[in-house]
Each structure stands twice: as C-alpha cells, then as structure tokens.
Ligand binder design. Structure first.
Ligand SMILES: [Ca+2]
Ligand SMILES: [Ca+2]
Length: 406
C-alpha cells in the first residue's frame, strides 16, 4: 500500500532531515571523555568540545542556470526562504548519561576555497511532488551582505534524545560559507564546537531491563543508565521459550510479529522459520494486546505499549506489523513541512520514548521546533526496526511468507 509507506518516509524526511538532518550525515568522531570539562563553581554544568571534520571528497560544485549549486554527500539543504542555497548537515554527538544540551557555540573554523567567484541562488521552495524547481526570493539583507555570515551561525542545536540506549544530540551545521559581495565560496574543513550541558534525566526514556549484546551491534554497544546489571541477558535460552507478555523471565525475543487472530497461523510459519534460523521470534495478536493493555487510549497506543515492553524486557530489535492499515492500525502524525498536514506514520511504533503527544491534546507528533519549543516532544530516534506487511487475507500472508522462503 504505497500511500502509507510514502507519507511515512515523508514524515521521516520532514522531521529528521529537514529539521535536524539525519544520521547518514555523520562525520564526527567518538566522544573523547577527557574533553568533558566541569564549569568552575557549577558542578552540575559541563561543557563538551567536539571537532567536526568534513572531507573534501564530499563536496561538488554544479553550475546551473540559477547559479552555482554546492552538493554535499550525506547532507541536506538549507530551506529557509531567502537564504543562500547551501548544504545543511546533521552531525550527531554522543552525550553522557544524565545531561542535556542547552546551547552550542562555534569555537573555531578552518576553511578551504571552493570557488573564488560564485553566484549562489536562493533556497528552493519546499513543495510536494516532482514539479520544476522554483526558488524563493533572495533576502536583500543576506544577499547584500559583505563578508561571510558570522561563525556563530554555522552551527546550532537540533534534536536530542535516545536511540536504543544511545544518548545523542544532533547539531545543524553549515559546512559551506559564501561572501555575496565577492562571490568567494569556502568549505569548512574543520570546526570546533562547544556544547553547554546541564544535569537532566529524562523520565520518559523506555527502561532497558534486559539487553542482549548480540542484538545491539549497531556501533559501539551503548551503555544505558536504565539497564540493570542483573537483568542483562546473554544468548537466547535453549530451548526457546518466551513468556506470553514481555518479561525478563524466559527467553529474549528478537523479532515480534503483531497481527490479527485470522492471520496469526500463517505468520507463525514465518516466526518458526526465524526462530530456527537463530532469530527468536513470536506472534502476538491485536486481540491479545488489547486484553493486556486495556488502559491504552486506542489500539495504536496499546500496540506501542506492547512494543515498548518487548523492547525493554525481551530486548526486541525487529517488529513486523502483520497487516495493512485495516488490520493493524496506524498513527496520524502532524507535519508542517507543506503547510499543516496529518499523515499516517509507523514511526510511532519504532520511536518508543515518551508518548508522542507531550502537550496532551488530540494531535500526535506535533513537530519539534527548537529545544525550548519541542511540540509533542515526539521521539524521532528509533529503538526497534519496524516493517509492515500490507496484507489483509490469509492468501496474502501465504504469498508474503512464501516469498521469504525463496
Ligand atoms: Ca499533541
Ligand atoms: Ca528513542
């Protein structure tokens, strides 16, 4: 069902790429704990310095009818109307536990020449569809400026949160600067930023009561303040015996399939094959979840509560929603990317911290704007991989599962 998948991807773009750019833009190094320094007289506050480096191979210039366009691998583009159309990169920074970032300043910038004389066009209009590119009107103050934009404007604080036990802040970084008066265009080779931290513990992060290290293999194994040593899991127990509801007792469960009573039998074939292949898997039905989570606001909320428990107690890594939207519900989420719009999104089942409705009204996923205006504080960093099988009938599932076996 393409209409569901496309808006979900669009929402990911709107929330992760267009605001703080996504994880693919990473160019940073691992945290150097020696550079977390206490601020004198204020032991709860710390600063964290990071060097960001940008390889020359990531940049390319393209001459268009509108002017010189700078392409940068792994980066998005500036989208504010009237600004020069330059790359905007998202740089993740690993954070210690028990803090949050309150500000970022640029300590130093080193650059190299991209072009001695370039005319950069204004940003593109952000519009849905694949129509011809239209550009915003150049802002006279920006395009009439002599000299580069102040260094302080080259980095700002974006989204911060938790991703499967990893604590991250994203910086919005402008790795290219342009002097409109002379046309000089430079790329940043190295930038040192200083983050200001304050003591903070987010009560909405899903506790990780059990961690199976083998299933946390995306980068360095994260250390979670919420994991209890006694509950850390090892290899899946043999024979595989999972509890009915997620629990630290019994076997951990890597892969969970959520479906209807009618489709559960066919999906069990897939679960059995996964388990025999070394990926312990179970099937749980919506009616079972409904009975176990009666306090949920609706079925989507109940499913998410179940997935939260599966992640926290079974150490679940993958979730398959076994049914189209008329079988397994979805969550509508608000976006302002193309004006005000509500679109269906399964990110709700993947990003599990908090409740996606921080301001408690009837809208979910109201977008993050700034660290002081977080909207619904909707979690945008996933804990589990979520897929949806767009099936409605037993024969659909047979076809879907059989394809997995080929
Ligand atoms: Ca809301
Ligand atoms: Ca998260």
């Amino acid at each position: 069902m393409s209409w569901l998948r496309r808006p979900a991807l669009l929402l990911m773009f709107a929330l992760l790429v267009d605001r703080p750019a996504g994880p693919a833009a990473s160019a940073t190094r691992a945290v150097d704990p020696t550079r977390v320094a206490s601020v004198a007289g204020a032991p709860a506050l710390t600063t964290l310095e990071r060097d960001l480096t940008f390889d020359a191979a990531r940049f390319a210039l393209r001459t268009t009818a509108a002017g010189t366009v700078v392409e940068m691998e792994g980066a998005g583009r500036e989208s504010a109307p009237g600004r020069p159309d330059l790359p905007l990169a998202g740089e993740p920074v690993d954070l210690p536990d028990g803090v949050r970032v309150t500000g970022v300043e640029v300590v130093s910038v080193e650059t190299a020449l991209l072009s001695a004389r370039a005319q950069v066009p204004a940003t593109m209009q952000v519009r849905p569809g694949l129509g011809p590119i239209a550009r915003t009107a150049p802002d006279p103050a920006t395009f009439g400026r002599a000299g580069f934009a102040p260094a302080a404007s080259l980095a700002s604080l974006g989204y911060q949160g938790w991703m499967r036990g990893r604590h991250l802040a994203w910086l919005r970084v402008s790795p290219v600067r342009w002097d409109p008066a002379t046309g000089r265009l430079e790329r940043v080779t190295r930038m040192t930023v200083r983050l200001t931290l304050e003591a903070h513990r987010d009560p909405e992060v899903v506790p990780r009561e059990r961690i199976v290290p083998e299933w946390d293999d995306d980068g360095p194994t994260p250390r979670s303040a919420f994991a209890t040593t006694a509950a850390r899991g090892g290899r899946p127990a043999e024979p595989f015996a999972a509890t009915q509801i997620p629990s630290v007792l019994g076997s951990p469960v890597a892969y969970v399939i959520i479906t209807s009573d009618a489709l559960a039998g066919e999906f069990q074939r897939l679960a059995d094959w996964k388990t025999q292949s070394g990926v312990p898997a179970v099937v749980r039905t919506l009616s079972f979840i409904r009975a176990q989570y009666p306090s949920g606001t609706d079925d989507a909320d109940r499913i998410r509560q179940f997935i939260r428990d599966a992640y926290g107690r079974w150490s679940t890594k993958w979730v398959l929603l076994g049914g189209d939207t008329d079988v397994i519900p979805y969550r509508m989420a608000r976006t302002y990317l193309f004006g005000t719009e509500d679109i269906p999104s399964d990110l709700y089942f993947s990003c599990l911290d908090g409740n996606w409705n921080g301001n408690g009204n009837d809208l979910y996923g109201e977008p993050y704007e700034t660290s002081t205006d977080p909207g619904d504080n909707a979690d945008l960093l996933p804990e589990v991989y979520v897929g949806r099988a767009p099936v409605t009938s037993v024969s659909d599932v047979q076809l879907f599962v059989n394809k997995d076996f080929k």
